[in-house]
Design a protein around this ligand. Structure first.
Ligand SMILES: [Zn+2]
Length: 190
């Protein structure tokens, strides 16, 4: 089964860059990266030391529901290049030994039996195994220690379905709501 790792849709990231509220209705936080442990979900690279980043609550599902968990994510504060969908994991994932993987069905519900820790070397193999089955529609990769959503893995031929709720709602929000919010001296919120 051919798979692809996929970062956050640029359309969704752009709304945060333009000052849109997060999925919990709050203004996003701005902080300065220490250079470690700040993975941007759009470019799927670490935010370098000294660069600003956003912290916000994100629901990485196209619907709301019992299984559509919302949680904290980081993004570069300034627009970054999208991660090109790739059959190989983003290189930043090599920094950790293992990740939490879970499969979801087409109704965005967890497929029980699919979840568990996976060694970094085996990420693609395990995702391939899951997506070769009929039930899973896509797989989530999350941090092992904090359960933070990192990226989605899907079949290579999957249509480009939206990966976040409220995309249309956020499009209507006023821009620059969080301009000058936080910034220098705000420290890291991790
Ligand atoms: Zn980025």
């Amino acid at each position: 089964m051919k798979i692809r790792y996929k970062g956050m849709d640029t359309e969704i990231a752009r709304k945060y860059w333009q000052g849109g509220l997060d999925d919990d209705g709050n203004r996003v936080e701005v902080a300065i990266s220490s250079g470690d442990g700040v993975p941007c979900r759009h470019c799927l690279r670490g935010v370098a030391a000294g660069e600003k980043y956003l912290t916000l609550a994100h629901r990485p599902f196209p619907i709301k529901g019992a299984y559509s968990e919302m949680g904290p994510i980081f993004l570069h504060q300034s627009p970054c290049e999208p991660f090109p969908p790739s059959a190989s994991p983003p290189t930043m994932f090599a920094k950790r030994d293992q990740y939490l993987m879970r499969a979801y069905d087409a109704n965005h519900r967890i497929l029980y039996g699919s979840g568990g820790p996976v060694g970094t070397q085996d990420l693609s193999k395990r995702a391939s195994e899951l997506l070769a089955q009929e039930g899973p529609a896509y797989v989530h990769l999350r941090s092992i220690g904090y359960n933070c959503f990192l990226c989605r893995i899907e079949r290579e031929e999957s249509p480009g379905a939206p990966d976040g709720a409220n995309a249309s709602l956020r499009a209507t929000l006023p821009k620059n709501l969080c301009e000058n919010d936080g910034g220098e001296g705000n420290g890291n919120h991790r």
